[in-house]
Design a protein around this ligand. Structure first.
Ligand code: DGL
Length: 262
C-alpha cells in the first residue's frame, strides 16, 4: 500500500465499531477516516444469515463507491463471522475483520473456564465454533448470546439511563463455577460491549479479564497500510449513517468526543 494519507472506512451495524475506531486513530493519525454505521439495519444480531449477508454486501458496495477507501475495517463480529469471505471475493479493497478473540483468551485463562459473549447470531455461527475447535486449547468454552446488550450500549452512549440489573441479566450466564473453579476470562465478541466495560466490572459476580480485540485489529491495519507519517495530528473523521437520519444532539456530542463529525 503506497498511499501517503489513506482513507480508512470503519464499518459496523451501529456505534459499537467506535471501540475499534478509537484504537486505530492513534496509530494512523494521518489517515482520512470515514465511520459508517448501518443504523438502518441495526441490530444485526437479529437478522437471518442470508438477510445479513446480502445487506452487508449491498451497503458496502455503496460505501466503497461513495468514499473510495484504501482499506475497510469490518468492526462487527456479527458481520465478520458471516460475510468476510464474500466481501473479499466481491471487492478488491483489503478488508480487516473483527472475530471473537478466542485464541488469546484461551491462552491466557488460568482456570481454563472461558466465556464468549456476543450477539445471539455470532455465538451460533459455524465460524465461531470452528475458532473454538481450532484455538480453544482444551479450555471449557461457554457461548453466551445476548439479545439486548448492543442496544443497551447504544442507549448509554446516547446518554440514556441503563439499569445495572438489565446488564447483569445479560452477562450472568458468562459466570460459571465448576469443580471449585470459576470463569476467569470473558471474550467481548461484539464491538458494542467495550462501551459497557465499566458496567460489566460493576455488576460482575467476581472479577474476570475482559478480552477486547480492538488493539490487535488496529495493529493489523498498520501491518497492511504501514505506519503513519511522522508528526501527523488527527483531523476529525466523517460519520455516516445509512438511515440518513440526523443524530440527536446527545449523540452528536458523544461522536464529537470520538473526533467524528456528522
Ligand atoms: N457490533 C456488532 C458486533 O460486533 C453487532 C451488534 C448488532 O448489530 O447486533 O457483533
Amino acid at each position: 500500500m503506497t498511499s501517503q494519507s489513506p482513507t480508512i472506512l470503519v464499518f459496523d451495524s451501529g456505534l459499537g465499531g467506535l471501540t475499534v475506531f478509537r484504537e486505530i486513530v492513534p496509530l494512523r493519525p494521518d489517515a482520512r477516516f470515514v465511520y459508517a454505521a448501518d443504523d438502518a439495519g441495526f441490530p444485526y444480531g437479529r437478522l437471518s444469515e442470508s438477510e445479513l449477508s446480502d445487506r452487508v454486501v449491498s451497503v458496502m458496495g455503496s460505501l466503497i463507491d461513495a468514499h473510495r477507501p484504501d482499506l475497510v475495517v469490518i468492526a462487527c463480529n456479527t458481520a465478520s463471522t458471516l460475510v468476510l469471505t464474500r466481501l473479499r471475493e466481491r471487492f478488491s479493497v483489503p478488508f480487516v475483520g473483527t472475530v471473537p478473540a478466542i485464541k488469546p483468551a484461551c491462552a491466557a485463562s488460568q482456570t481454563r473456564l472461558v466465556s464468549v459473549l456476543g450477539t445471539e447470531a455470532t455465538v451460533t455461527r459455524e465460524y465461531t465454533r470452528k475458532l473454538i475447535a481450532d484455538f480453544g486449547q482444551g479450555c471449557d468454552v461457554t457461548l453466551v448470546g445476548s439479545r439486548r446488550l448492543a442496544v443497551l450500549a447504544e442507549a448509554l452512549l446516547r446518554g440514556e439511563m441503563v439499569d445495572d440489573a438489565d446488564i447483569f441479566d445479560e452477562i450472568a450466564p458468562c459466570f460459571v463455577e465448576r469443580d471449585g473453579l470459576r470463569t476467569d476470562t470473558v471474550v467481548m465478541a461484539c464491538t458494542h460491549y467495550p462501551l459497557l466495560d465499566a458496567q460489566f466490572a460493576r455488576v460482575a459476580p467476581w472479577p474476570v479479564t475482559l478480552v477486547d480485540p480492538a488493539p490487535a485489529i488496529a495493529r493489523r491495519v498498520v501491518d497492511l497500510l504501514g505506519p503513519s507519517k511522522p508528526g501527523a495530528a488527527p483531523e476529525a473523521g466523517r460519520m455516516v449513517f445509512t438511515s440518513a437520519q440526523p443524530p440527536s444532539s446527545e449523540l452528536a456530542q458523544a461522536l464529537h468526543k470520538f473526533q467524528l463529525l456528522c
